[in-house]
Design a protein around this ligand. Structure first.
Ligand SMILES: N[C@@H](CCC[C@H](N)C(=O)O)C(=O)O
Length: 280
C-alpha cells in the first residue's frame, strides 16, 4: 500500500444515514485535510471507496457551533443537504450534551433540535419561490414550468423540480431523472422529485438527486415537495411524506421549513493514506 507523507495516519470518517440517504462525515477542522472534488469522487465510489450519496465536511464556524459543506458523489457541491444536517447535528448534540445546535451552511444559519423518540429536526429556512433565487435559465412561472408534466420549482438552498403524478411507483426515475436534471432550464442542474397525493393526506415521494442519482430519501427535496404541495392546494402546511427509505414530517412554519426524521450512525473508519496519496 502506498502511504501519504502528508497524511500518514489517513483520514478518519463516520458513516451515517437518514432514511437510507447515506453520508460520509469528515471533520476537516480536526484532520486538516480539505475535501476536494477528486477526494469526494474517490470516497464516494461504492466499489473502490466507502460510498455515499453526500459527503458532509465539518469545519469551524465563527457564527455557529460548526459549519457544514456538502459534496455529491460526482464531486459537485450542494448548498443544502437536510438529512446530512440532521445526522451531523445528532452526533454533535450527543458529543456536546445539548439538545440544540446552530449550523452554518451555504444556505444560511440553520437550527437543529433533538425531538421525541430519537428524532432530529432541522429548520431548513424559508423556501425560494422566485426564479431569480432558484438557478433557472429564464423567468417562468415556477409553479408550472414549461416542461412535460408542468412541474414546479422550489429552492431550499438547492434546486428542486417537482412533478405531481397519480402513481409515483410507475415513474421511470432513472430515465426521466437525468433528463430533467440536465434540462437547459436548469443551468446548475436540478434535483428531481415525483409526488403522489394519497387519499389519507400523506405524500409519496421518489427522488433523483443531482450529482447522486436515485436515492432512498432527500431531506431538502422533501421540504421543497411540502412547499409545492401546499402552494398547489394539495396539503396543509404540515405533511407526512413517505420516501423509499421511510417517513419524514415537514412543517412549513413562520420561521422556516422544519423537517423531522430519524438518523443513524453505521460505522467509523479511516481512509487509507494510500487513497489520499493517489489523489495528491
Ligand atoms: N440528500 C440531500 C440533498 C442532496 C443535495 C443534492 N444532491 C444537490 O445537489 O442539491 C438532502 O437530504 O437534502
Amino acid at each position: 500500500m502506498n502511504s501519504s507523507p502528508e497524511f500518514p495516519a489517513g483520514l478518519p470518517f463516520v458513516k451515517m444515514h437518514g432514511l437510507g440517504n447515506d453520508f460520509v462525515v469528515v471533520d476537516t477542522a480536526q484532520s486538516g485535510v480539505p475535501v476536494t472534488p477528486a477526494l469526494a469522487r474517490a470516497v464516494g465510489d461504492r466499489h473502490r471507496g466507502v460510498g455515499f450519496d453526500q459527503l458532509a465536511e465539518v469545519l469551524l464556524s465563527e457564527r455557529a457551533d460548526l459549519k457544514l459543506l456538502f459534496w455529491n458523489s460526482d464531486g459537485s457541491r450542494s448548498g443544502a443537504c437536510g438529512n446530512a444536517t440532521r445526522c451531523v447535528a445528532e452526533r454533535e448534540m450527543t458529543a456536546r450534551g445539548t439538545d440544540c445546535l446552530a449550523i452554518e451552511t451555504e444556505r444560511g444559519l440553520l437550527t437543529a433540535r433533538r425531538g421525541a423518540e430519537g428524532m432530529v429536526s432541522v429548520n431548513m429556512g424559508q423556501p425560494q419561490l422566485d426564479w431569480r433565487d432558484i438557478p433557472l435559465a429564464r423567468d417562468v412561472d415556477i409553479m408550472a414550468l414549461p416542461l412535460p408534466g408542468r412541474p414546479a420549482a422550489v429552492g431550499m438552498g438547492n434546486p428542486h423540480c417537482i412533478t405531481v403524478v397519480t402513481d409515483a411507483e410507475a415513474v421511470a426515475l432513472d430515465v426521466i431523472g437525468p433528463k430533467l436534471e440536465h434540462d437547459p432550464l436548469f443551468p446548475e442542474r436540478t434535483n428531481v422529485e415525483f409526488i403522489e397525493h394519497r387519499k389519507d393526506g400523506t405524500l409519496r415521494m421518489r427522488v433523483w438527486e443531482r450529482g447522486a442519482g436515485v436515492t432512498l430519501a432527500c431531506g431538502s427535496g422533501a421540504c421543497a415537495v411540502a412547499v409545492a404541495a401546499h402552494k398547489l392546494g394539495l396539503t396543509g402546511r404540515e405533511v407526512r411524506i413517505e420516501l423509499d427509505g421511510g417517513w419524514l414530517t415537514i412543517d412549513w412554519r413562520e420561521d422556516g421549513v422544519w423537517m423531522t426524521g430519524p438518523t443513524a450512525e453505521v460505522f467509523s473508519g479511516t481512509l487509507s493514506p494510500g487513497l489520499l496519496a493517489a489523489l495528491s
